[in-house]
Design a binder for this molecule. Structure first.
Ligand SMILES: NC(=O)c1ccc[n+]([C@@H]2O[C@H](COP(=O)([O-])OP(=O)(O)OC[C@H]3O[C@@H](n4cnc5c(N)ncnc54)[C@H](O)[C@@H]3O)[C@@H](O)[C@H]2O)c1
Ligand SMILES: [Zn+2]
Length: 366
């Protein structure tokens, strides 16, 4: 088992990473909480294999558990589901010292984390991320959110968990497309901070294809360490450092929005977004063409899309969507761009014409 510490306004919390940790969850949670009532929040594809082992482990450590089942998919991050969970907690007489345990991917973690931030002005919660994306990204850093009809993640809170448990064994049942897509975020960590992770990824496709437990443990630990370091220094995204986690995301949000969040999984949109950022960096002479090539190659090797050819997406529409997204940041067009493997720079005021050229080179139509 690997342990990584994260610093938050509430003190430190640990991320535990290893194969089979679900069966030991009770004893690990017992070390961070003296309380005994737990509401597990989960979704059907996760509950099928992992709810019973978790309940057994919690009961063995003296916890009294109930389970709240959310519907599957992003619809679970709705106000409706948020209120259902508040009502369930109220009816069950859950008090401020009782605890929520999120067992699932980013969707479950975001909703349970937000409800934990707001129910009775805040109750403790534990993140047991069961997707690769949750284990390398969403379960770390305390960002929680609920969607509105007007857009994703419009209601939210910074709410650090008391513990993060990442059992790498649960990744075996993940749909292959989900697993591949999340590698977009892993590649991102290599590019922003870790030439070592990037080189390791360049040599490890076969281990990924075999779902090698040691490969996943190393990749998750390295990614989690990078994210933990960044969010520990810039918990509330006020010092610019946390911004580098957005590599590829300005483009990705554009692709996701113009396709109504239906065509690409988030990690796939990030894959294309990272390829776009690498092309933009090379075009602006921020990195040499060889860096762009290495980045695009690694994305392709892990089965991520790197272009939008044949999708019929208009460059102007994507650009509009990106500008709308940017409005939230005072209208500034700002990109995180690789200058080398392991190093990024912030580029401001990139011209719309330049972005249009990059989008066209990716296969956008005019
Ligand atoms: N809070 C943050 O910092 C942060 C960061 C990135 C993304 N997010 C959010 O995370 C969400 C996406 O999360 P995700 O990619 O984990 O998707 P997800 O939570 O929708 O999970 C994907 C699918 O896999 C299923 N699943 C989960 N674990 C499984 C397992 N072990 N075996 C089989 N099936 C399993 C789920 O039920 C679901 O159908 C988005 O809502 C996004 O906004 C949050
Ligand atoms: Zn992302």
């Amino acid at each position: 088992m690997k342990t990584i510490q994260v610093q938050s306004r509430n003190g430190k919390y640990s991320i535990l990473i290893g194969d089979g940790l679900l069966g030991e969850a009770g004893s690990h949670i017992k070390k961070v909480s003296a309380e005994s009532r737990v509401m597990i929040v989960t979704q059907p594809p996760v509950a099928r294999n992992y709810l019973q082992p978790l309940i057994a482990s919690l009961r063995k450590s003296g916890f009294d558990c109930e389970t709240h089942h959310l519907p599957d998919g992003e619809t679970a991050k709705s106000q409706r589901e948020m209120f259902h969970l508040y009502e369930r907690l109220l009816k069950g007489g859950f008090e401020r010292r009782d605890m929520l345990v999120a067992l699932g991917g980013g969707v479950v973690g975001d909703l349970a984390g937000f409800v934990a931030a707001t129910y009775l002005r805040g109750v403790p919660y534990v993140q047991i991320g069961t997707t690769l994306l949750a284990q390398v990204d969403s379960s770390i850093g305390g960002k929680t959110a609920v969607n509105l009809q007007e857009g994703k993640n419009l209601i939210g809170a910074f709410n650090p968990p008391i513990l993060v448990i990442s059992d790498t064994g649960v990744l075996k049942s993940l749909p292959p497309r989900e697993l591949r897509a999340s590698m977009g975020e892993v590649v991102k960590y290599g590019i922003i901070r870790s030439p070592r992770l990037f080189s390791m990824l360049e040599k490890s496709e076969a281990l990924f294809a075999k779902k090698d437990a040691f490969f996943f443990e190393s990749v998750i630990a390295e990614s989690a360490k990078i994210k933990a370091g960044i969010v520990s220094r810039d918990e509330f995204e006020t010092k610019k450092e946390r911004m580098i986690l957005n590599l590829g995301h300005t483009f990705a949000h554009g692709f996701e929005q113009v396709t109504g969040y239906k065509r690409f999984l988030h990690g796939e949109a990030v894959g294309i977004g990272i390829a776009a950022a690498a092309k933009l960096a090379a075009a602006l002479k921020i990195c040499p063409a060889s860096v762009e090539k290495r980045i695009v190659n690694i994305l392709v090797r892990y089965g991520l899309p790197v272009h939008i050819k044949g999708c019929g997406l208009k460059a102007a529409s994507i650009l509009d969507a990106m500008m709308r997204d940017k409005k939230k940041q005072h209208g500034r067009l700002r990109f995180i761009l690789p200058s080398a493997i392991g190093k990024v720079v912030v580029a401001e005021n990139v011209s719309a014409a330049k972005i249009g050229q990059i989008l066209k080179s990716l296969g956008a139509v005019s």
